[in-house]
Design a protein around this ligand. Structure first.
Ligand SMILES: C[S@@+](CC[C@H](N)C(=O)[O-])C[C@H]1O[C@@H](n2cnc3c(N)ncnc32)[C@H](O)[C@@H]1O
Length: 244
């Protein structure tokens, strides 16, 4: 059983919306999410990692992007605690192993709070739209951060793509209104699961600013490499390195 947030049991949430997840994502990000993942994958592959972990892989879009962009040998692992999200990821990635750069491609089911990987197993870890789930009002936040740190090798790269609270006042108000009045109801309508999209909207609206997220990473044993605001700061792309 995954950790519970104050508002919603996440594992149940993703188990219920997996079928519509990709389509609803496209709609809510105005079709931008694919290009953000492309940027995140490029940031991850910059250091030519071999063993790469896609944490909270969901339906596997980030892993697929890594596979598309890899131009040197990679061993890809997608990790998630939702069996139904992983099932879709497996389906979408069928045939990818035939690509010459892909040495291996595995999906593993489990909770980030307790990962079945040895210390320093990965050269790079990417988390796209997953870290909010791991940190926002989550009693397991500390365990999630220390597990991420443990399984990454010293000097390894951590890439995070996530929503963030924008700095610009006017855009922040618009963003908050969109998240309060549109996203939960449209999400509820499209998926039949209002509670799930209420959680998603609320956690996005109240999630950290880029600076707060950077502070958390620095306090968790990472050194910042780069930080980019996307979509006027409603989304952040961060790259960090494990310091010890
Ligand atoms: C918003 S989706 C992101 C999926 C994908 N990375 C993307 O870019 O669309 C978040 C995923 O995190 C997974 N997740 C949330 N908390 C988790 C935990 N503690 N352990 C493992 N997976 C978790 C959920 O099952 C879900 O598939």
């Amino acid at each position: 059983m995954g950790r519970r947030t104050k508002d919603y049991p996440l594992k149940t949430f993703y188990g219920k919306i997996h079928g519509q997840y990709d389509r609803v994502n496209r709609i809510f990000t105005f079709g931008r999410d694919a290009s953000w993942r492309r940027k995140a994958a490029a940031e991850c592959l910059k250091v030519r990692p071999i063993r790469i972990l896609d944490l909270c892989t969901g339906t596997g879009d980030f892993l697929l992007e890594l596979a598309r962009q890899a131009n040197s040998p990679v061993e890809l692992t997608g990790y998630d605690f939702s069996a139904s999200m992983l099932e879709l990821a497996r389906k979408k990635s069928r045939g990818l192993e035939e690509q010459p750069e892909i040495r291996s491609l595995n999906f593993v089911e489990g909770d980030v709070a307790d990962m079945p990987f040895q210390n320093a197993s990965f050269d790079a870890i990417g988390i796209t739209f997953g870290i909010r789930n791991l940190l926002y009002e989550n009693s397991g936040a500390g365990a999630h951060l220390s597990e991420i740190h443990r399984v990454l090798r010293p000097g390894g790269r951590l890439v995070i793509l996530e929503s963030s609270r924008p700095g610009n006042f006017l855009w922040r108000q618009f963003n908050a209104l969109y998240l309060r009045l549109i996203l939960p109801y449209l999400g509820g309508l499209l998926t039949g699961n209002l509670a799930a999209y209420r959680y998603l909207a609320q956690s996005s609206k109240n999630y950290y600013t880029r600076d707060q997220m950077i502070g958390i990473l620095k306090n968790s044993g990472f050194r910042m490499i780069s930080e980019k605001p996307l979509f006027l700061g409603s989304v952040m792309l961060l790259a960090a390195e494990k310091t010890d």
